[in-house]
Design a protein around this ligand. Structure first.
Ligand code: TPP
Ligand code: MG
Length: 404
């Protein structure tokens, strides 16, 4: 089924991607770095490499990278497994929410997995990252586990933030992940600040600040662009264009939905956000630019499969056909499955084994999280101020006073 014209015209295209193998050789693997997705890769020198064509990048005030990306079977297997783990985790969160094990806000990331996996493949933990409330997979990307995520969503003490933060507030300071922000767009100037820190320390790392197509129209985004531009900060602004801000399609809410050009004087690049290799290659290019020259705006053309949050069935403002076309024609995991088969000759049974192991891992994490402990009530009074200075807090009734 075809997509509605309005959406189809703003996408890279939905025709099935037949990725051509350009050449094979025994060159050394590309892009060695400290990301969890290709870590340990250096020892595998001699592995056969494949050159794969990705979709054209659309540049703005910059040349843009080439479209040939070198990869290996083991790299693709890692992407497949990691994205599949994210997908299963989000599906488990959906089920646990419906079973009332998870309460409150809960925004899922399925459909968008290639963005965070490709970004992390081009990065290391010295680069900072900050994002919106749609942050479960960002936490996994920074080294977190499925158990920590599910336990957090269930409000257990064993969760990523001891059951006190929930869905919107994952973070991991040790790995430079600064959250998880519930206020739309507020993370963008904070991300510019993280870029300022890298600039000040001259440490050669960058700050990624991710925001949505809905957030992209806020004034504070342009203030952040201006300051980052003035000071040549190593900031990579990443608009994850999943084509909806809650129930509003991007073309209804944005006068220009060419988000990669919205930095005006700041260079930009539109990237196929459903192709992990295109994302990795594009982000690596952006990183090199940002460290040398200052900010760049990336637009990741992606799609969210679920509704905005668990309270949105996601089907009243878009058609089921649109969602199923995305799943059948642009799904990021199916894309890597196809590459593995066509380019690296991997048998379906090998991938089935991976899927079975990941499903088991997620199921076990869910069961273990259910057995986790609920934080003591007194935790409600903790972590309010950095230093309490002997302050007291009023309870529900004016008589109850609690010393912090
Ligand atoms: C300042 C502010 N305004 C409004 C909201 C309510 N709100 C939450 S998410 C959202 C839509 C954001 O859409 P987008 O930026 O495209 O991100 P996505 O949810 O698609 O990842 C809105 C309006 C909010 N949380 N904060
Ligand atoms: Mg959006």
């Amino acid at each position: 089924m075809a997509l509605p014209r309005s959406l189809a015209s703003s996408l890279f295209g939905t025709q099935s991607r037949l990725l051509s193998t350009v050449s094979r050789g025994n060159g050394s693997p590309v892009l060695l770095n400290e990301s969890p997705f290709v870590r340990g890769y250096a020892s595998e020198s001699g592995e056969e490499t494949f050159d794969v064509q990705v979709r054209d990048y659309v540049p703005h005030h910059i040349e843009g990278p080439g479209t040939t990306v070198t990869t290996t079977k083991s790299e693709l297997m890692t992407y497949f497994e990691t994205m599949y783990r994210m997908r299963r985790m989000e599906i488990a969160a959906d089920m646990m929410y419906k079973a009332k094990f998870i309460r409150g806000f809960c925004h899922l990331y399925d459909g968008q997995e290639a963005v965070i996996v490709g970004l992390e493949a081009a990065s290391d933990y010295k680069d900072s990252i900050i994002t919106s409330y749609r942050d479960h997979c960002t936490y996994l990307g920074r080294g977190g586990t499925v158990f920590e995520v599910i336990a957090e969503l269930m409000g257990r003490s064993e969760g990523a933030t001891k059951g006190l933060g929930g869905s919107m507030h994952f973070y991991n300071k040790a790995h430079n992940f600064y959250g998880g922000c519930g206020i739309v767009g507020a993370q963008v100037p904070l991300g510019a600040g993280l870029g300022f820190a890298h600039h000040y320390r001259k440490d050669g790392s960058v700050a990624y600040t991710l925001y949505g197509d809905g957030a992209a129209n806020q004034g504070q985004i342009f203030e952040a662009f201006n300051m980052a531009g003035l000071w040549n900060l190593p900031v990579i602004f990443i608009c994850e264009n999943n084509h909806y801000g809650m129930g509003t399609a991007d073309w209804r809410g944005s006068k220009s939905s060419a988000y990669f050009t919205r930095g005006d004087y700041i260079p930009g690049l539109k990237i196929d956000g459903m192709d992990v290799l295109a994302v990795k290659h594009g982000v690596a290019y952006a990183k090199e630019h940002a460290v040398k020259n200052g900010p760049i705006v990336l637009e990741m053309d992606t799609y969210r499969y679920h509704g905005h949050s668990m309270s949105d069935p996601g089907s009243t403002y878009r058609t089921r056909d649109e969602i199923s076309s995305m799943r059948t024609q642009r799904d990021p995991i199916e894309h890597v499955r196809k590459l593995l088969a066509d380019v690296a000759g991997v048998e379906p049974s090998e991938l089935k084994k991976v899927e079975k192991a990941v499903k088991k891992e997620v199921d076990e994490a869910v069961e273990k999280a259910k057995q986790g402990t609920i934080p003591e009530a007194e935790q409600l009074w903790k972590n309010i101020y950095h230093e309490t200075l002997g302050a007291t807090m009023r309870g529900m009734d004016s008589q109850t006073k609690i010393k912090l």
